[in-house]
Design a protein around this ligand. Sequence first.
Ligand code: FE2
Length: 423
Amino acid sequence: MLDLLLHNACLPDGRQNMSVAVQDGRIVEVAPGLQAPATETVDAGGLLLSPPFVDVHFHMDATLTYGMPRVNASGTLLEGIALWGELKPSLTVDAIIERALSYCDWAVARGLLAIRSHVDTSDPRLLAVEALLEVKKRVAPYIDLQLVAFPQDGVIRTQGGLDSLKRALDMGVDVVGGIPHFERTMADGATSVKLLCEIAAERGKMVDMHCDESDDPLSRHIESLACQTQRLGLHGRVTGSHLTSMHSMDNYYVSKLMGLMVEAQVHVASNPCVNITLQGRFDTYPKRRGLTRVPELMAAGLTVAFGQDDMMDPWYALGSADMLEVASMGLHVAHMTSQSAMRQCFDAITTNPAKILDLPGYGLEKGCYADFVLLQARDPVEAIRLRATRLQVYRRGKRIAHTPAATASLDMPGRPLTTSFMK
Ligand code: FE2
């Protein structure tokens, strides 16, 4: 007897009328029209069953602090960092935990069941680290939370920055982060990349570094990151986050840089909602779009994922743990409007970030964890277009959230009574 049999589902790869059989928290079969006795049977109604959404890049220690102590007037990255610095002395472990848990509730409701969050290690008290390690433990039954030791104020620029980062890793933080473009000079930035990659290599950790998050066409930290990845043999374990300066770099230089990135198998995390608002702030017209070269990086064979980055914090006033909103923004800003490119945008919030996080048992295949989301859409493109309702969210074969279908009632005579916006 199966624990759960879900039938009549579409899958993101286009297969229709598929059944998914679940036993002991794992998928034991995926096949068309399966029939078998099960404790629970669910009719998917021909709708899209997706593996859970994955956020490759987030800052959970800052989430839900919008307006504390004031809002970011210039809308720039640098004012956001300064504002976060003003807020830090008043942070408490309990308040960070409470806000993070609220965010995680929203994430579960949105079918977002794996998150890589950077956690600021610049404050030697490491309050945010203590808080998010506690959150990671508490949400483990329903969210895979991976933490990155992130020296927000610069690992070299901050006195004791390297020591604090190492202590965070000792406490159990998973991944080594960095912010070379915020070090005092390009040379210090390159030194920080080298130091941090060496720490990761010594400790067997993955790396995820904020890199070149600026409009400066001469910023070169992703080049250093690719080079250190190659030198230390960290292939496939290193992610460059943001990489926004790539939009402004000289095309000849990028043709060389992309080769280095491919050689090192560096992954890419792009954060469209946040970078379309933070970047280009010093431009008049035309204004640059502030997103890295997503389709070109994908075409080169690199793994590219879209992240939320911020939600209601010093850098971004909006967001609601909705990765379909993030994919929609990425699609628009990167001109990814062909059918295949729109599907790639869906991959950028599901399978691609799962690969970057190295999530075990992710996917809709036999042997994977029974984690999935039933969406009120028939395919990935419709899911992005509608930011489709997450009708049912499952973790290890058990339903952990559900939302009523979105339908509008019409009061006009002679027209249908309801519409769900599906074609
Ligand atoms: Fe970030």
